[in-house]
Ligand binder design. Structure first.
Ligand SMILES: Cc1cc2nc3c(=O)[nH]c(=O)nc-3n(C[C@H](O)[C@H](O)[C@H](O)COP(=O)(O)OP(=O)(O)OC[C@H]3O[C@@H](n4cnc5c(N)ncnc54)[C@H](O)[C@@H]3O)c2cc1C
Length: 364
């Protein structure tokens, strides 16, 4: 006589990708820490839809509705605040015109004065900005735990301090015994290689390490949208694939090699308490040095002093890591029957993860 599995679905990992696999079933979430502390709470809280492209854009558009619904149900802070991409050079402004043309109605081009009404940009080089009104902003350290708490009230069982050590069809092996489930989702983010070394090796998997800072906002300033700058054109597929991005890339490599070397993306968002979340640098390796380079934080602070016109007081500093693979941003594998690996490999999981998870659920 066969014994019925304990759960319909077992999810490994309580980051945004694991939590997004919510569906009306008997679900257990297995998480090795005692609360979510991974990439999903260390980011800008930027649900950046408009700068995605291809599949990422489809997932982000689909995910928007899930974020708004879940924020209402779980009661966490969310704002339809949009994204402001500021141009401080003529080639950046030309690219933003092209971007607005292609995004057909979802991007508004703003004069410097209009841009300053949304965000207190002091840099005198400001020539204009693109406003992406569909984008959202959440406060990740609040939103992700609130989402987990809400799902628990809806009947999802959470087993914290439970390290998953192996997975096979129908069974998850953990540091606290085995759990049986019809279907299993592995959403362990940048530690995926610890469970599936061969699969991740084949994909060219690495960990991307980012420096992040939290500072006080300048007195009297206001920042409703998430703010991106010219460096965004090097990072987001919706911007970086255009011919106009090439000259910006070349100019930055020539004139600002220190930014290019550290893969800096000058980006900021404001927390509900007014503080600014500033970032970020990018470094790619299998294992990173544990020692934070102060020079990288200094570089970020110089960039923001220029952008905001005043020196900033740092309140918190941290590292974040996310899973990365050059060739496959939306990584799905089925290593055993009804066992699904689901990993966003390009650092856009807050934006695309909800829609991506829906597509994984639909494959089951
Ligand atoms: C600094 C930073 C800034 C970012 N900014 C943005 C942004 O503005 N917008 C955006 O869209 N994206 C952003 N991202 C990317 C986004 O945060 C990630 O893509 C997303 O959070 C990944 O979610 P995840 O659930 O896969 O990983 P995680 O949030 O890291 O969750 C994985 C979970 O799995 C658990 N786990 C791992 N192994 C095991 C195991 N063996 N057993 C049990 N549990 C396990 C971990 O403890 C962890 O809780 C940023 C990322 C970083 C680091």
């Amino acid at each position: 006589m066969s014994i019925a599995p304990q759960f319909d679905l077992a999810v490994v990992g309580s980051g945004v990708i694991g939590l997004a696999h919510e569906r009306g079933m008997r679900v257990v979430v297995l998480e090795r820490t005692d609360r979510p502390v991974g990439a999903s709470i260390r980011n800008f809280g930027h649900v950046g839809i408009t700068t995605q492209d291809g599949k990422g854009l489809d997932y982000a558009i689909a995910g928007r509705a899930h974020w708004l619904r879940l924020a209402a149900q779980a009661g966490f802070w969310i704002r339809e605040a949009g994204t402001l991409i500021v141009a401080r050079a003529e080639d950046e402004w030309t690219l933003l015109h092209r971007f607005a043309e292609l995004r057909d109605g979802s991007v508004d081009l703003l004069s410097p004065d209009q841009a300053r009404e949304l965000a207190s940009i002091a840099d005198p080089r400001l020539v204009g900005a693109a406003f992406c009104g569909n984008d959202l902003r959440v406060n990740s350290p609040e939103a992700i735990p609130a989402l987990a708490r809400y799902l628990a009230t809806e009947g999802v069982e959470f087993r914290y301090r439970t390290n998953v050590t192996g997975v096979e069809a129908g069974v998850v092996h953990t540091s606290r015994g085995s759990v049986s489930a019809d279907k299993i989702v592995i959403a362990t983010g940048h530690d995926l290689d610890l469970l599936f070394p061969e699969i991740t090796e084949e994909a060219g998997f690495k960990r991307c390490l980012l420096h992040m800072l939290e500072t006080d906002a300048p007195a009297g300033s206001q920042f409703s949208p998430v703010v991106l700058t010219g460096t965004a054109v090097l990072r987001y597929d919706g911007l970086s694939h255009h011919a106009e991005a090439t000259s910006i890339r070349e100019r930055m490599a020539r004139d600002r090699p220190e930014l290019a070397d550290a893969f800096v993306n000058v980006k900021m968002s404001q927390r509900p308490n007014g503080r600014l979340v500033l970032g970020d640098t990018h470094a790619y390796a299998h294992t990173h040095s544990p020692f934070k380079e102060e020079a990288l934080d200094d570089l970020l602070l110089r960039e923001f002093t220029q952008l905001l016109g005043v020196p900033l007081t740092v309140r918190r500093r941290w590292h974040g890591e996310y899973a990365w693979a050059a060739t496959e941003p939306f990584f799905v594998r089925e290593p055993a029957a009804d066992v699904f690996i689901a990993c966003v490999m390009n650092g856009t999981g807050m934006s695309t993860g909800m829609g991506f998870a829906e597509s994984v659920l639909n494959r089951m």
